[in-house]
Each structure stands twice: as structure tokens, then as C-alpha cells.
Design a protein around this ligand. Structure first.
Ligand code: MG
Length: 169
């Protein structure tokens, strides 16, 4: 089998209180916002969904299996580092990413001004052309936890191909 598809989904909750220096980190990009996301790691919901999609495509379990939030080594873990580690596991399994399509679900912050920066950042970490990294955003029109601005959700889909230069699976 030379191609694999994977899907990932993640959610992080906003802190109740606005804090000094509050921000969200999405696709490794720090975006100022009036509230931060609560997380054991840096709360990069987009990277976490992408990591689960990559692991899923290789049937390697999920991000919680590899980086348990009970493990102090991963406290405050940067999305970039988690993604790099997951890409290494994908390479060891004999695959490499072809493209990814990510859908963020949030009322705020508005992502359009940051989208190209986020695509570029992910393309660099994933060693993909920017046109192979899609980031879309939608609201839920005020409904549900994302609509009430209680948190941000993200869906990720990724396609992998057999890496003929890499180690055999
Ligand atoms: Mg997460």
C-alpha cells in the first residue's frame, strides 16, 4: 500500500480570565488574543489535530499515546517540537506527507490575517510546498462551545505516500 490517509481532531478550552500577554498559538504561530487556551502543552490545537492525522495515517495510535499529558517532560511542549517528533515517527514507518487540509472552528480570533503565516510555518516544518498546506476556518454561527467562544476545535486530514528514499515499513 503506497498511500495512506489520516484524520485528526482536537479541542482546547479558553481560560475564563483574560490575562496579561494572553495569546493563542496556532500552527506554531503566536497570535495575540484576549484569552489564552488552557493546556498542558502550548495548546496548539491545529498542530495537535495534524499530529493525530499523521499518526492515524500510519496506525500509530494518537498523540496522547506518544506524549501523555501526565508526563512532565511534555509540560508546555511546543507544537513545533511535537510535530517534528511525529514526522520522525512517520518517516520511520516509511511514509512522508503529500498534503494536508486543516479546518479550524472558532468565532475568535479571526484567522484570515494570520493564515498565510500559518501555512508557511507548517510547510517549513513539514518540508512541503505551501500549496500542499491548506488552512481553512469556519465559525459555528454562534452555536455550541465554539460558538459561545469557550474553545477552539480543529479537524485535520493528511495524505501520506510511501517514502522510497526512507527506511522500509
Ligand atoms: Mg490538544
Amino acid at each position: 500500500m503506497n498511500m495512506r490517509i489520516g484524520h485528526g481532531y482536537d479541542v482546547h478550552r479558553f481560560a475564563d480570565e483574560a490575562g496579561e500577554n494572553s495569546h493563542v498559538t496556532l500552527a506554531t504561530v503566536r497570535i495575540p488574543h484576549d484569552r489564552s487556551l488552557l493546556s498542558h502543552s502550548d495548546g496548539d490545537v491545529l498542530v495537535h489535530a495534524l499530529c493525530d492525522a499523521l499518526l492515524g495515517a500510519c496506525a500509530l495510535g494518537d498523540i496522547g499515546d506518544h506524549f501523555p499529558d501526565s508526563d512532565p517532560r511534555f509540560a508546555g511542549a511546543a507544537g513545533r517540537d511535537l510535530l517534528t517528533a511525529v514526522l520522525h515517527k512517520v518517516a520511520l514507518a516509511g511514509f512522508r506527507p503529500v498534503n494536508t487540509d486543516l479546518t479550524l472552528i472558532a468565532e475568535r480570533p479571526k484567522l484570515a490575517p494570520h493564515r498565510e503565516t500559518m501555512r508557511l510555518a507548517l510547510s517549513r516544518v513539514m518540508d512541503l510546498p505551501v500549496n500542499a498546506v491548506s488552512i481553512k476556518a469556519t465559525t459555528t454561527e454562534g452555536m455550541g462551545f465554539t460558538g459561545r467562544r469557550e474553545g477552539i476545535a480543529c479537524h485535520a486530514v493528511v495524505l501520506l505516500e510511501r517514502d522510497t528514499d526512507g527506511s522500509p515499513a
